[in-house]
Structure formats: structure tokens, C-alpha cells
Write a protein that binds this ligand. Structure first.
Ligand code: NAD
Length: 251
């Protein structure tokens, strides 16, 4: 696809999990330049960047807390200094909330989840669209939602699920707005995927407990999600926009 010529793929949260798999597989898929963004885990991001470079692509390691608009702006100022090309954005950085019920949804807690998962993702998308327009080489966006957006995640993390519901709706509106410019915007709703995120919600063995519950009888891998993301960003999906794709083993 066109990405192979001069594209820059920006993957947020590429130090681990789905983001790391997407950055690695993007290099394998022919993206020549990849922004390996991370929040705190520099070592993980360096590992991702090393794999990207071992496949002959250029990696740019950039740090930013996506919930801090100034940090996001600084990151995009750096990216804007690169040679212009088609821009791909994988809006992946996200946090899970602690397991709990409605009584646990304090304003402080909900604010934190929404600051990263919603406000952060919207600001990153806003900056990326600005870059696409400034460079004039086109682009595409894939937002990472969750199966939680449809299930609601009762007694687990309703606030997290609601933040991903917001991402679904944001995807629809942004896709409509950018379609005339040829910028395709889609989302992925991963189901239960083998990454480190599950241990962060206060139930360390969550993945083991739920591993057999998807209709396909197993969790998915980060690579399986990355495949769908990279297809949506490629020219092979040239007429696909405003789509929210479940990668969830039938869930
Ligand atoms: P993960 O915890 O391994 O990765 C999350 C990434 O986001 C990490 O690199 C982390 O450093 C980064 N991040 C978090 N907060 C940040 C911040 N404030 N600033 C910058 N970076 C930040 O988990 P994952 O499973 O790979 O999750 C990736 C995305 O997929 C998330 O948006 C998550 O909600 C979504 N998701 C995951 C699953 C699953 O089962 N693993 C299911 C549905 C959706």
C-alpha cells in the first residue's frame, strides 16, 4: 500500500501488549517509520523499537503522558519535524480501572480513567489530524475501544466500559467529519486479549479465570489484534471507514 512509500505510523502505548505487537508487525508489514510512543515503561518501548529496527524500519522513541495536553503537543512538535509522509495513528494507550461496583466510582477515579482513555485519545487524534493536514499526504486512524463498550462490564469496571463507549461514538463522528478528506477512521473492539492489562485491575489472575469464556474458548493474542489494526490502516481497507470491528473470538 501507499504506506510503504513514506508513511509514519504513530502507535501510542507501544511499550507493551497490543501497542507493542502493532509496532512490531507494522515494520514487518512495510511501514518504514514508526513512532514508538510510551508513557512510563521506557525499557519496554526500547525493546519494541529494537525489534522494529531489526526489521529495517526506522523507530522513533517518544514519551508523553497522553492525559497531559502539553506533553502530547510536545510529542507532535517532534513528529512534525520529520520528513512528511502519510500518517497512520493507532490510538491505543489506555488504562483499566480497578474492579468494583457503582459505589466505588468516585469522581477522582472516573476522572483518571476518562483523562487517559477519552480526553487523551481525543487530544492525540486532534494533533494527528493537524499533522495529516499540515503534511497533506493523507492518513488514517484506528482507535482502540473494547468489547467492554458493548457489555458494560457490570461489577468489574463500568467506568472503563463507558470510556470505551465514548471512543466508539467519537470514532463515528470523526469518521464522518474526515471522510471527505479521504482520512479513514475506524475502531477495534478487542475481547479478552493476552496482555499485562488484566493484572492491573486488582484481580491478578483475571486472564486465567476468564480464559475459556470467549466463544472460541481461548483468549486472543496481541498479534491477532495487531493484524486487524494494520489491515484497517492499509490500502487493502481503502473503502472501510466508520467501522467498529470486534476482534473478540465471537464474544
Ligand atoms: P497494556 O497495559 O499492556 O498497554 C497499555 C499501554 O498504554 C501501555 O503501553 C501503557 O504504558 C500505555 N499507557 C497507559 N496510560 C498511559 C498514559 N497516561 N500515557 C501514555 N501511555 C499510557 O494493555 P493492552 O491490553 O495492550 O491495552 C492496549 C489497549 O487495548 C488499551 O486501550 C486497552 O483498553 C485496550 N483493550 C485491551 C483488552 C485486553 O484484553 N487486553 C481488551 C479490550 C481493550
Amino acid at each position: 500500500g501507499a504506506c510503504r512509500v513514506s508513511g509514519v505510523l504513530i502507535v501510542t502505548g507501544a511499550s507493551a501488549g497490543i501497542g507493542a505487537a502493532t509496532a512490531r508487525n507494522a515494520a514487518f508489514n512495510g511501514w518504514p517509520r514508526i513512532v514508538v510512543h510510551y508513557g512510563q515503561d521506557k525499557a519496554g518501548a526500547e525493546e519494541t523499537a529494537a525489534v522494529v529496527e531489526s526489521m529495517g524500519a526506522q523507530a522513533y522513541l517518544l514519551q508523553a503522558d497522553v492525559s497531559k495536553p502539553k506533553a502530547v503537543l510536545k510529542m507532535f512538535d517532534t513528529i512534525a519535524g520529520l520528513k512528511p509522509g502519510r500518517v497512520g495513528l493507532v490510538n491505543n494507550a489506555g488504562i483499566v480501572a480497578q474492579t468494583g461496583t457503582i459505589a466505588d466510582l468516585t469522581p477522582e477515579r472516573v476522572e483518571k480513567v476518562f483523562a487517559v482513555n477519552v480526553l487523551g485519545a481525543i487530544e492525540v487524534a486532534r494533533q494527528a489530524v493537524g499533522l495529516m493536514r499540515a503534511w497533506g499526504k493523507g492518513g488514517g486512524i484506528v482507535n482502540i475501544s473494547s468489547a467492554a463498550a458493548r457489555m458494560g462490564s457490570a461489577n468489574q469496571y463500568i467506568d472503563y466500559a463507558a470510556s470505551k463507549g465514548a471512543i466508539d461514538t467519537f470514532t463515528l463522528g470523526l469518521a464522518d467529519e474526515l471522510a471527505p478528506e479521504g482520512i479513514r477512521v475506524n475502531a477495534i473492539r478487542p475481547g479478552l486479549i493476552e496482555t499485562g492489562i488484566h493484572a492491573k485491575g486488582g484481580v491478578p489472575d483475571r486472564l486465567e479465570k476468564l480464559g475459556k469464556t470467549p466463544p472460541m474458548g481461548r483468549p486472543g493474542t496481541a498479534d491477532e489484534v495487531a493484524e486487524a489494526i494494520l489491515w484497517l490502516l492499509s490500502e487493502r481497507a481503502s473503502y472501510v471507514t466508520r467501522t467498529i470491528l470486534d476482534v473478540a473470538g465471537g464474544r
